[in-house]
Design a protein around this ligand. Structure first.
Ligand code: BGC
Length: 551
């Protein structure tokens, strides 16, 4: 929380000081971003050289990326967040696929109970999916990851339905179809799972239920994003998830993965996809810019001191950091600084403020108007870019009114009519979604909530750029600070996750920081695209590679 002394003022100039102090804690100047990126590179090196580092740099045994010509029908199971999904994926070749899926909710009891109960539930879900609509027969897949034929498939092995498992937690893989769970993240803590082989846990559950399904491959969602974007785009160097959790997987030279020692995979040379598990970057927080609001979150989480970077960035946590800021303002003494001192059940409950609600607040603000002086480009009467970032669709230019860019956010009385209308929209979101009584929410409160949400989200986007920049530098496509013209015309990155897909301006904020870190020449060429259905398609592609390897 903010230092108690900082909250013990009541007159407006001191109010402003309190807000400015909080604001300052969330600002990351460019030199800090450079420092964090440098630390990332150092931790990449450590993780590639030795096992047991928090940023685990896990070899995935995926040694190539698809080119879009692969075909076949596969079952995929995806566990990694709120929902569990079972999919039928048909790889059609020519960069195309179809996917049929069913979602199943994973209750808190399953997340935190016995692992066998969780894995039985996974098996039951697959059973339910197959019963409701049986899978089409598996085609003989062709051209697995650029080899031309699938002649080594053993029909005896192949009579059970091959399934690819996307398991989006840290797993120390020892083969494409084998890996021990290192730790749980994102609110999971099922007992008797850590240290066990996740493929075996699942296969045992299938066998207990006499299901004719064989788990042939294990893949992280980041690897899935990388593979599926490669499938649709014809190549990809990084898969990133910015959703409930965060992580990235990239293509590394095998010679750089020293910890593989004399493993046959190392002798073969070439490339291998590395699952960085960057959510665990800097767990000591020596470099990450921690605040009292972050510390409170960490202390109360089910995994204190773990997944430090993830806790600054991902959808599971941004709402909670914002909630912590808002509570400190509600509780400020001797005079409350928010909602006239009123709170609500949502605000009083851990994780009671969803990141999606922050997103609604920012959306309400973004979809308003902007002042002419900030507009750099106009199309059809609408501003399309301002201050170097694209404006929200349909943003109108209103001349002659002061703009909030020029007015301190607490001085709402100086706002023009259209900005006050935007604050009114935010006020509605607060009433409807925070559960605060309308009479206790002023426009000033709305402005404070918007400020808090954007502080937290902007820091998340800036920090996210550091991991992407570090991968570009690690793979020799960029230098810190710029000055390199990469060979490739397009540096393809596949991403997925609610933050990057839906949070207003997350992507533009991230890109602006990436430009600072690697220079405009490189940033211009980075093609960040959604890896839609990455988990399902990635699991299917891995299952294909596993079958090809005779696993
Ligand atoms: C997990 C990763 C996963 C990421 C995104 C993190 O909490 O440790 O394995 O890729 O979330 O889902």
């Amino acid at each position: 929380m903010a230092p108690i002394s900082a909250l013990a003022h009541s007159d407006p100039p001191h109010d402003r000081q309190i807000f400015d102090d909080i604001d300052a804690q969330f600002q990351l100047d460019d030199s800090k971003l450079f420092k964090i990126t440098t630390q990332f590179l150092e931790d990449f090196r450590l993780g590639l050289n030795e096992y047991n580092h928090a940023m685990a740099m896990i070899p995935t045994f995926v040694t190539g990326v698809p080119n879009g010509s692969e075909t076949g029908t596969f079952l995929a199971l995806d566990l990694g967040g709120t929902n569990l999904r079972v999919c039928e994926v048909k790889l059609l070749g020519e960069h195309k696929f179809t996917l049929r899926q069913q979602k199943y909710r994973v209750s808190e009891a399953l997340k935190t109970g016995e692992a066998t109960a969780l894995f039985d539930y996974l098996a039951d879900s697959v059973d339910a999916f197959l019963t409701s609509s049986p899978l089409s027969p598996t085609n003989a897949p062709a051209n697995p990851f650029s080899t031309s034929a699938l002649d080594e498939i053993d029909p005896k092995q192949n009579d059970a339905l091959p399934l690819g498992l996307t398991f989006s937690f840290p797993v120390e893989q020892t083969a494409l179809n084998m890996g021990k769970i290192l730790t749980w993240t994102k609110g999971f803590s099922a007992k008797n799972a850590v240290g066990n082989d996740v493929v075996k846990l699942l296969q045992d559950a299938f066998d207990r239920k006499h299901l004719h399904v064989r788990c042939v491959a294990l893949v992280n969602d980041t690897v899935g994003a990388l593979l599926s974007r490669a499938y649709t785009a014809g190549g990809c160097m990084l898969g990133g998830i910015f959703g409930t959790g965060t992580n990235g997987a990239y293509v590394e030279k095998v010679e750089n993965i020293a910890k593989l020692g004399d493993h046959p995979a190392r002798k073969n040379g070439g490339y291998m996809v590395i699952n960085t598990e960057w959510g665990g970057f800097n767990n000591s927080r020596s470099t990450l810019p921690t605040t009292p609001y972050d510390n409170k979150l960490d202390r109360e989480s089910i995994n204190p001191h773990f997944q430090a970077y993830e806790k600054f960035i991902s959808g599971m946590y941004l709402g909670e950091i914002t909630r912590n800021i808002l509570l400190s303002l509600i509780d400020a003494a001797p005079k409350s600084l928010l909602f006239s001192g009123h709170s609500s059940t949502q605000l009083n409950t851990q994780f009671g403020l969803d990141t999606a609600v922050m997103s609604e607040v920012e959306e309400a603000w973004q979809s308003g108007r902007i002042h002419t002086s900030h507009v750099k480009a106009v199309e059809g009467g609408n501003a399309i870019e301002y201050e170097g970032v694209p404006a929200a669709a349909g943003a109108q230019i209103v001349a002659g009114e002061p703009n909030t860019q020029d007015v301190y956010f607490l001085d709402v009385n100086s706002y023009g009519a259209s900005d006050r209308a935007r604050l009114e929209k935010i006020r509605q979101v607060i009433v409807n979604r925070f559960g605060i009584d309308a009479q206790n929410v002023s426009l000033r409160d709305a402005s404070i909530v918007r400020w808090a949400a954007s502080l937290v989200a902007r820091r998340a986007a800036r920090l996210s750029a550091c991991s992407i920049a570090a991968v570009l530098i690690q793979t020799e496509r960029a230098k810190l600070g710029g000055g390199v013209t990469p060979k490739e015309e397009h540096i393809v990155v596949g991403v997925d996750g609610s933050l990057i897909e839906h949070y207003p301006r997350f992507n533009t904020r991230l890109r602006a920081s990436l430009r600072t870190l690697v220079g405009v020449e490189v940033e211009d060429r980075v093609d960040i695209g959604m890896a839609k259905d990455g988990s399902g398609v990635g699991a299917a592609l891995c299952a294909l590679q596993a079958i090809k390897q005779g696993l």
